[in-house]
Each structure stands twice: as structure tokens, then as C-alpha cells.
Design a protein around this ligand. Structure first.
Ligand code: HMG
Length: 391
């Protein structure tokens, strides 16, 4: 029996900040973003869109009624939680109408937790081959107006259905993880935005990659040329490109090198338009690669590098299965092009709006565009979600 990813869905916000707009407002050259970071635009959420609404929308894109009757675990990986106690997956379980005898939990370790979620899902399916596990990585990356990280914000959710005999890719059970206790990026409970040691964080990302890859190579006698593509956590694509160049052997033959760099370019297409989505970034890279590649084929191996500040990193791989293309979309870029462009003033207002709670803990919100689900109001400190009626 093989276990792996059977379906992948994605949702982001309906608003976008084009980086020309940010460059002009912050007195920067646009090339700093488009070439220096390899980013073009950032998804921006209004107050009515959060990790629950995006997670539910991403899952709704892929689930059938049969899936909902057979899912027995819902895992949400996030670092933009809406409650210290109640898991976001409990709301999502309800919004999607998943059968009641399911376990719903939230997992956290910065951008890494989606990978932990996939591992837990795999172990569960190993013991329960009929089970389907829904793993969703959902986050809003918000660094603050005029902060160094402002140009690397973003928002989105990637939903993955983990099953036996998957129709996209199987896990190859080769995971190598590393933990190091550092302060490169962290967000204490009392702060709505993270503290970041930006340059230090990039060095830690690259060093974690180098050392985890060396350990992976040692344990599995692996070479980079074993992989048709390598996907990376994408805080911004340029850092991942530096990572790829770091692990690429100088004497690699040109054909293998070109295949890896061409596939790298395909893996960053969505992130260039969306920005950092923290836990979902690596998997948005995987989705971008799979949906845009015309050359990948069944049997190809894809390496993945997961990194979460703090820091935990992991390298593992997937193998594509026959017919994987039939499980994917080919028109997703058109969704991204439909997002509404924000002026700098509207971005600052929309992205940083906070609920104005009455004494009894209630708030209502203006109507904004959202995906399939929206946060309608807060009543007595309880969040009220609705499903939108699209025409
Ligand atoms: P910065 O001050 O925006 O930019 O900081 P910079 O001055 O370092 O410039 C960025 C790049 O643009 C540089 O390239 C410049 O040379 C280039 P590099 O030297 O790195 O190759 N540049 C230009 N290129 C072309 N034309 C120009 C031009 N001007 C400059 N005119 C920084 C960048 C990443 C520090 C900042 O954006 C930041 O703090 N971001 C947030 C932290 C982050 O993303 N860290 C990444 C590693 S940690 C991680 O991945 C985990 C994370 O996802 C969180 C989690 O795990 O939960 C963040």
C-alpha cells in the first residue's frame, strides 16, 4: 500500500497589493522586489477573511461528498491562530460538513507545521488504510506597515487530502528533520506582528538547508540528480533560489541542472503573485510546479525542504503517480488575476483593521469580497462564519 497526497486545493484572498504600489510609497526601486526578492504582488486579506475561511475555501475546492463522509481527521497547521484554545479545524470541520466521528486539531511550529501535519496524517493512514485525512496549511503573513518584512507579506491556504493509493504523489518515507533553538522570527502572544532578525533568518534558512541536506545525503546515499524537481519553503522566492544554488553540485551535468532550474521557475510562479503564506508556502510551490510543468511524469521524484523559524527544518520526497495531471487544475493563474488591486492607502486600512468590540464582545464588519466563506461578525466573543452564495 502506498500513502500520499490524493488531492491539493488552494485559496487566497480577493485583494492584491501590486509591489509597484509599495515600491512607490516606500521610495524603493521596483527591481528590489521583482529581482531582489523575486516577488510581484501580495495577497491581502480584509477582516472578514481569516485562516478558517481560507482553509475552508481551499478544502471546498477539492472535496466531494464521499470525501466528507470518509475524512476522520482534520489538521490545520498555522501560526496565525484565531484562538489560543479552540482549534481552527473545529470550525472548518463544521463549515465543510465533515462526518462527526473525526479528530480535529491545530499544529504549530512557524512555517514548518504543515509538514508535521502530513507526517501525522501518513501515520494515521498507515494504521487505518480506509481513512482520509485533511491537512490544511493556512496563514496570514503580516509584518507591519513600513517594517523590513512588509514586502514579504501574503495570505493563503493549501489543503491536501492524504490517503492510501493516492492519485497525485506518494510519500517516500525518507524524512530527515533538524531542530535548533534560535530567535530568527517569533511572535509572542502579546504581539500581533512578528519580531524578525531578517538577515540572520536568511542565514539560518540556508544553513539549515545545507546541514539537513548533508544529513539526508548521508542517510540515503542521495544525489540532487535523483530528483526531477526540488521545492523549497518560499518566504520569498529569491531565498529559495539561493538555497537551490547552495546544494547544486558544481560538476552537475547540464541536463539535470537545467531540469532542476526550469522546474524551480515553475514552482515559484504562484508565490511570486501571492507572497509568503507561511505554513502553506512550500506546498503552494509544489502546487505551482505540478500545475505548470509540462515535462514531469509518473515516477519522477520531487524533493521538498520545509523550514519554520525558531527553527525546525525537514527534507523529504514524493514520487509522482500515473495520471497525476488529471487531479490538478491548469487555469489557476486566472483566479489570481481576478483579485482586486488595492491602493497603498486601502491596503493599510484593510490589512490592519482590528475588530472594534463592544463591551459584551461583539462586532460587525463591513462587507468585503471573500472566497466561499466569510467571518460575518463576532457575538459575545464567538466568531460567526457564513458560507457565501455565489451566483
Ligand atoms: P530588505 O531590507 O527588504 O532587503 O530585507 P535587502 O536590502 O536585503 O534587499 C533584498 C535583496 O534585493 C538583496 O539581494 C539586494 O541586493 C536586492 P541579496 O543581496 O539578498 O541577493 N536589491 C536589488 N536587486 C535588484 N535591483 C535593486 C535592488 N535593491 C536591492 N534595485 C529581508 C530583506 C528578507 C531581510 C526582509 O524582507 C525580511 O525581514 N523579511 C522577513 C523575514 C524572512 O522572510 N526571512 C526568510 C528566512 S526565515 C523563514 O523563511 C521563515 C518565515 O517564513 C517565518 C516562519 O517560519 O514562520 C519568515
Amino acid at each position: 500500500m502506498t500513502i500520499g497526497i490524493d488531492k491539493i486545493g488552494f485559496a487566497t484572498s480577493q485583494y492584491v497589493l501590486n509591489l509597484e504600489e509599495l515600491a512607490q510609497a516606500r521610495g524603493q526601486k521596483i527591481e528590489k522586489y521583482t529581482t531582489g526578492l523575486m516577488l510581484d504582488a501580495l495577497s491581502i486579506t480584509p477582516i472578514t477573511e481569516d485562516i478558517v475561511t481560507m482553509a475552508a475555501s481551499a478544502a471546498q475546492e477539492i472535496l466531494t461528498e464521499d470525501d466528507k463522509a470518509n475524512i476522520d481527521m482534520v489538521i490545520i497547521a498555522t501560526e496565525s491562530g484565531i484562538d489560543q484554545s479552540k482549534a481552527a479545524s473545529v470550525y472548518v470541520h463544521h463549515l465543510l460538513d465533515i462526518q462527526p466521528f473525526a479528530r480535529s486539531i491545530e499544529m504549530k511550529e512557524a512555517c514548518y507545521a504543515g509538514t508535521a501535519g502530513l507526517n501525522y496524517a501518513k501515520l494515521h493512514v498507515e494504521k487505518n488504510p480506509e481513512s482520509k485525512v485533511l491537512v490544511i496549511a493556512s496563514d496570514i503573513a503580516k509584518y507591519g506597515i513600513e517594517s523590513a518584512g512588509e514586502s514579504t507579506q501574503g495570505a493563503g491556504a493549501v489543503a491536501m487530502l492524504v490517503t492510501s493509493n493516492p492519485r497525485i504523489a506518494t510519500f517516500l518515507d525518507d524524512n530527515v528533520a533538524q531542530t535548533r533553538d534560535i530567535y530568527d522570527f517569533w511572535r509572542p502572544n502579546y504581539s500581533t506582528t512578528p519580531f524578525v532578525d531578517g538577515i540572520y533568518s536568511t542565514k539560518q534558512y540556508l544553513d539549515s538547508l545545507k546541514t539537513t541536506w548533508a544529513e539526508y545525503q548521508k542517510r540515503h546515499e542521495a544525489e540532487l540528480s535523483d530528483f526531477a524537481a526540488f521545492c523549497f519553503h518560499l518566504p520569498y522566492p529569491k531565498l529559495a533560489l539561493k538555497g537551490l544554488n547552495k546544494i547544486m553540485p558544481k560538476d552537475m551535468d547540464n541536463q539535470a541542472k537545467n531540469q532542476l532550474t526550469d522546474n524551480f521557475d515553475l514552482s515559484i510562479q504562484y508565490s511570486r503573485q501571492v507572497g509568503n503564506i507561511y505554513t502553506g508556502s512550500l506546498y503552494l510551490g509544489l502546487l505551482s510546479l505540478l500545475e505548470n510543468s509540462q515535462t514531469l511524469k509518473a515516477g519522477d521524484k520531487i524533493g521538498l525542504f520545509s523550514y519554520g523559524s525558531g527553527a525546525v527544518s525537514e527534507i523529504f520526497s514524493l514520487q509522482l503517480v500515473d495520471g497525476f495531471k488529471g487531479m490538478l487544475r491548469s487555469d489557476r493563474m486566472a483566479d489570481l488575476e481576478k483579485r482586486r488591486a488595492l491602493s497603498i492607502g486601502d491596503y493599510e486600512k484593510l490589512f490592519y483593521e482590528e475588530a472594534d468590540l463592544t463591551e459584551d464582545g461583539s462586532a460587525s464588519f463591513d462587507t468585503y469580497a471573500t472566497g466561499d466563506y466569510a467571518l460575518k461578525s463576532i457575538q459575545n466573543h464567538q466568531r460567526i462564519y457564513v458560507r457565501n452564495e455565489h451566483d
